[in-house]
Design a protein around this ligand. Structure first.
Ligand SMILES: *Cc1c(COP(=O)(O)O)cnc(C)c1O
Length: 372
């Protein structure tokens, strides 16, 4: 049996009529940049998510950069984020001129360890960017309290956590603003690069829009220098066409995760993902910790099962951050995870049969290594 890591083809086939119609309409209207399709997606996503402003942009990386720039973060500042994430969470901090300050991950939940944050706060700290990695919410009560106490901006990186919840509040609604990615493989994915910012702050919403559109709200009226970061009409139409399905897809991911955990329970060589109490984990990824991880991944691949690693090297251990002078021992938990974590296939359309096959194959692998 072949089990791809993600399967965007099957999703397309399931909603082909909606997608094809949406794309044809944009082309018929030649609404390629801005215009009705973009406005309509922003409105629909905002209504569904329960937020006042949605500012679409070119990708999730830009959205982080735009937020920080418009909060006035720049040279001389420090911004705290998590050691294990996609590089966007950190490189955008550097792009503003500020310095990324990494915090190790929680040993059970793999997102920022809230117990270690305060030790990294200095008079230069301006913001904290928690990342709800894999779809697992950070402890937003603790992090919000830390931000309030030290007067720091709270910016959520929700690239992997569309519709995740902490105590019944959705990801992205805790801080001053939040960033989303609609990269094709994300829980809500476009057919190319796409992203957005959400906020309930009117003044900031205007600033974000202005900065992302060359510093102008009206053509040729540039109030400042900005950047060019726009969602195009085709991507907006694809996203709008997918919106009616997103809640049910999220539930399917959760069901699939529960099935994995059921079929894999009792395998001593692996650690299953734990879900933080009182949260909704949207399972962008289903990440296990596995003994002999690389041998397991090779074995699974040989049996038609694709896997991935998120991420093979924790950010401070990357050459890009050598200049910060860290050693792997500075981040013992995330450095330790690097050689253990394995992301199993995860998408809404996975079948129970496929999940059972993946679980059985993992059991077979460990049975075959017994007594070696
Ligand atoms: C995907 C991702 C981003 C960046 O999104 P792009 O749309 O690819 O720019 C940022 N942060 C995290 C945690 C991500 O997974």
């Amino acid at each position: 049996m072949h089990v791809p890591f993600v399967d965007l083809k099957i999703q397309y086939q399931n909603i082909k009529a909606d997608i094809d119609r949406a794309i044809a309409e944009v082309i018929a209207k030649t609404a390629f940049i801005g215009g009705e399709p973009v406005k309509s997606f922003e409105e629909k996503f905002g209504a569904l998510y329960g937020v006042k402003h949605v500012i679409s942009c070119a990708n999730g990386t830009d959205s982080l950069y735009i937020i920080m720039r418009m909060l006035g973060i720049g040279a001389g500042d420090e911004v705290i984020t998590v050691a294990n994430s996609w590089i966007s969470s950190a490189e955008t901090i550097s792009q503003t001129g500020a310095r990324p300050v990494f915090v190790d991950v929680h040993p059970d939940y793999y997102s920022i360890d809230e117990n270690l944050i305060e030790a990294r706060i200095t008079p230069r700290t301006k913001a904290i960017i928690p990342v709800h990695l894999h779809g697992q919410m950070c402890d937003m009560e603790r992090i919000k309290a830390i931000c309030d106490k030290h007067n720091l901006f709270l910016i959520e990186d929700c690239a992997q956590s569309h519709f995740s919840e902490f105590k019944n509040v959705r990801a992205g609604l805790f801080g001053i603003a939040a960033s989303f990615s609609f990269f094709p493989g994300k829980n809500l994915g476009a057919y190319g690069d796409a992203g957005c910012i959400i906020t309930n702050d009117d003044t900031l919403a205007t600033k974000f829009t202005m900065f992302a559109r060359h510093g102008a709200l009206k053509k040729h009226q540039h109030e400042m220098e900005g950047i060019n970061s726009r969602l195009d009409g085709l991507q907006a139409a694809v996203l709008s066409a997918k919106l009616p399905y997103i809640l049910q897809w999220t539930e399917s991911r959760i069901k699939n995760a529960q099935l994995y955990s059921k079929y894999l329970s009792g395998v001593d060589e692996i650690v299953l993902p734990s879900v933080r109490p009182q949260t909704k984990h949207s399972f962008h990824l289903y990440v296990i910790r596995a003994k002999e991880r690389d041998a397991l991944a090779t074995y699974l691949n040989g049996k038609g099962i694709e896997t991935a690693i998120h991420y093979p090297r924790t950010l401070p251990n990357l050459p890009a951050y050598r200049y910060l002078g860290h050693t792997p021992e500075d981040f013992p938990v995330s450095t330790g995870l690097q050689s253990q974590i394995l992301s199993l296939p995860m998408y809404p359309e996975l079948t129970g049969e496929m999940i059972e096959y993946v679980a059985d194959t993992i059991r077979l692998f460990y049975a075959s290594t017994k007594g070696r």
